[in-house]
Design a protein around this ligand. Sequence first.
Ligand SMILES: NC(=O)C1=CN([C@@H]2O[C@H](COP(=O)(O)OP(=O)(O)OC[C@H]3O[C@@H](n4cnc5c(N)ncnc54)[C@H](OP(=O)(O)O)[C@@H]3O)[C@@H](O)[C@H]2O)C=CC1
Ligand SMILES: Nc1nc(=O)c2c([nH]1)NC[C@@H]1CN(c3ccc(C(=O)N[C@@H](CCC(=O)O)C(=O)O)cc3)C=[N+]21
Ligand SMILES: [Mg+2]
Length: 295
Amino acid sequence: MTARIIDGKAAAADLRQRVGQVAARFRETRSRAPGLAVVLVGEHPPSAAYVRSKIKATLEAGMESFEHRIPAETSQADLIGLIDQLNADATVDGILVQLPLPKHVDEQAVLTRVDPSKDVDGFHPVNVGRLSIGLDALVPCTPLGCLKLLQGELGDLSGMDAVVVGRSNIVGKPMAQLLLQANCTVTVAHSRTRDLPGVVRRNDIVVAAVGRPELIRGSWLKPGAIVIDVGQERVEQPDGTRKLLGDVAYGEAAEVAGAITPVPGGVGPMTIACLLRNTVVAAHRREGLPDPEGL
Ligand SMILES: NC(=O)C1=CN([C@@H]2O[C@H](COP(=O)(O)OP(=O)(O)OC[C@H]3O[C@@H](n4cnc5c(N)ncnc54)[C@H](OP(=O)(O)O)[C@@H]3O)[C@@H](O)[C@H]2O)C=CC1
Ligand SMILES: Nc1nc(=O)c2c([nH]1)NC[C@@H]1CN(c3ccc(C(=O)N[C@@H](CCC(=O)O)C(=O)O)cc3)C=[N+]21
Ligand SMILES: [Mg+2]
């Protein structure tokens, strides 16, 4: 069997185009564009690259981008001061604080300061709690993108067995919540899981969010399983070049799986598209407008 390749780049382009249409209507009725503020603390090169692509995508969707690059030495109090200023700014609908933050900053203290109505990453405890009890919430972009890819591939997920490998607050846990809400039977695996290959083999859906390049082998998969690979690790090759690898051994997996996301070109582009989606949704909710349809 050769797996279908789930084209995250195409799905992201499609979602971004629809977000652009909604943003254009918003600009007409509200006489302003939906606005996203991105806060980048320090110079961490991969973070700077992600932030650049987020800003470019924001502008392309017809939304306003506010960029705040501040030095790595910025105190926690000053960072919180900036968040307060963005919370109070009516032209800002979404606030994204790029992670990781420097070690001297308490990440939770900063994320909890973001106005939950502007929390387009879905990291504030209010949004985490709302997601877990099934209320409207702003949902973390990466898991939301994964869910959209799965629904695009499978339609209704009801009754399917799904495993999420990884239990981070930004990917694994919210992914498990979304799959539960979609009526999957959900297993969450992590570094203490006994017999990870056996657990993976029981499942129709595998979402890998581990950060261990090619941990998940083709031989672990149930034939026909749908595989979503969140992993993004730059690994030096024997010839000295650096290659971006996922958490799944792609070549092997593609011979067993029913469908699989590539790295790059799978989950990554959908994460950015979902950030724009959340921003335009936040803008509507903040203006008291009904949620835009079809996003
Ligand atoms: N495409 C995208 O848009 C995004 C990609 N990523 C990528 O996804 C990956 C995961 O990111 P993130 O969730 O932040 O990572 P974290 O490091 O925060 O979490 C990793 C999780 O994997 C678990 N784990 C680690 N080793 C093993 C193992 N050998 N077997 C089973 N479980 C294991 C850990 O378990 P424990 O809890 O027990 O320690 C932990 O729960 C990274 O490669 C990251 O770069 C992240 C965000 C967005
Ligand atoms: N507050 C916050 N929110 C985040 O959503 C967030 C964050 N912090 N910190 C870092 C992680 C990582 N992340 C990615 C986004 C896009 C790609 C992406 O577009 N990847 C491309 C490849 C990019 C490349 O070639 O390096 C792809 O998979 O095709 C990857 C990873 C968002 N994150
Ligand atoms: Mg991480």
